[in-house]
Design a protein around this ligand. Structure first.
Ligand code: PMP
Ligand code: GLU
Length: 399
């Protein structure tokens, strides 16, 4: 039999966000200063009390397999957090801890999708959702949104795109890449729609603590028993506690869904790293002051970024109210020339910005948002000033 790879894998595009990060890291290794607006990763170190907890875990000898769904202490701490902060009541049995929210999401799609099942996906969306849905055998159905409407989905359009195969909808608020925060009324409408149509809601709330301008994060599952039954709440510690490398995420859902996710995870990876789980348990017990300070700093950076972009020619943006991303509208630059080459699309623009100006951005094409680049403000204010100035110098040379 000929040697060839599975169509499941050959059809998958590698993560564009991680690809930009890898390229930026290579340039840094060559001694270049790269303005890292690419990957969405907190630039803060993990708070010391969490690092101390990891050292404590080692001293306590917590180096063995944990239960597949996570340690009882961590699952209880998560249940407690959901109750206190999100008005959600889940027992530890209804919670599963995974290797990052990424694995929680993949587990969720694997648990609920049969081949051909459709998942409504408001666009622009984070790069990994469509691929995860496909990996689980499902079919992502793009639900376009408009910049002029704050990138918020329209429920009438959701209804129009619903078919007998519709199995789920992804809700990601605060949103990556647009930074939009779904208002409570919109979430209520989506909840009513999901209950009426009997579809699951995969609610990715990983940026929940990063909301600004008086906006509040509301979990869609908190609206009542009906919608709670349909929803898989996904969250993690990567963003809130600057713990991207520790790989701790979690999902909360009905016991039936959690058991299905657990069965799959038991074969895929087992429980996540025991030391990281202990540190996560300690992280959740504390840290409110740290989170407040981090959020204030992101807010200041967001304002600096938006104010600077508003003064620039050739690019524009709407004000994001959550997460740490700005969608830079670059449509005016597309089709024009730079250094004897045509800027065909945002992908070409992003390569030119990295090569010519050492500025890393993620092309919007990766998020189904052609003509846009996503820029992250999880970088220092100095880099925001200098990196945007470099983009300004680039634009001045566009003919
Ligand atoms: N969801 C969204 C919207 C994200 O931007 C990310 C990227 N970190 C994740 C989930 C996954 O996060 P992690 O696996 O680091 O917990
Ligand atoms: N979620 C972040 C981003 O969108 C981190 C990279 C990734 O996991 O995609 O940039």
């Amino acid at each position: 039999m000929a040697l060839y790879l599975s169509s499941r894998c050959t059809g998958i595009s590698p993560s564009a966000t991680l690809a930009v990060d890898t390229r930026a890291k290579q340039l840094r290794a060559q001694g270049k200063h790269v303005y890292g607006f690419g990957v969405g990763e907190p630039d803060f170190p993990t708070p010391e009390y969490i690092c101390e907890a990891a050292r404590e875990a080692l001293s306590l000898g917590l180096t063995r397999y944990t239960p597949v769904a996570g340690t009882p202490e961590l699952r209880s701490a998560i249940a407690n957090k959901l109750e206190q902060e999100n008005n959600l009541s889940y027992s530890p049995k209804e919670i599963i801890v995974s290797n990052g929210a990424k694995q929680s999401l993949l587990n969720a799609f694997i648990a609920i999708l049969n081949p051909g099942d459709e998942v409504l996906l408001p666009m622009p969306c984070w790069v990994s959702y469509p691929e995860m849905i496909r990996m689980a055998g499902g079919v992502p159905i793009a639900v376009p949104t408009k910049e002029s409407e704050g990138f918020l989905p329209n429920v009438n359009l959701l209804r129009k795109l619903t078919t007998p195969r519709t199995k789920a909808i992804v809700v990601n608020s605060p949103n990556n890449p647009t930074g939009c925060v779904y208002p409570r009324e919109l979430l209520e409408e989506i909840a009513a729609f999901a209950v009426e149509k009997e579809i699951y809601v995969v609610s990715d709330e990983i940026y929940e603590r990063l909301v600004y301008d008086g906006y509040e994060h509301v979990s869609i599952a908190s609206f009542g028993d009906d919608i709670r039954k349909n929803t898989i709440v996904v969250n993690g510690l990567s963003k809130t506690f600057a713990m991207t490398g520790w790989r701790i995420g979690y999902a909360a859902a009905s016991a039936e869904i959690v058991q299905a996710m657990e069965a799959y995870q038991s074969h895929a990876t087992s429980g996540p790293n025991s030391i990281a789980q202990y540190a996560a348990y300690k992280a959740l017990a504390n840290g409110q002051e740290y989170i407040r300070a981090m959020r204030e700093e992101y807010d200041a950076r967001r304002k600096l970024m938006v104010e600077t972009i508003e003064k620039m020619d050739g690019v524009s943006c709407i004000v994001p109210h959550g997460a740490f991303y700005v969608m830079l509208n670059c449509k005016e630059l597309i089709g024009r020339g730079f250094g004897g080459r045509i800027i065909d699309d945002a992908q070409t623009l992003s390569i030119m910005l990295l090569d010519a100006m050492n500025v890393a951005v993620v092309p919007g094409d990766a998020f189904e948002a052609p003509g846009f680049c996503r820029i992250s403000y999880a970088v220092s204010r100095e880099d925001i000033r200098d990196g945007l100035a470099a983009i300004g110098r680039f634009i001045a040379q566009v003919d």
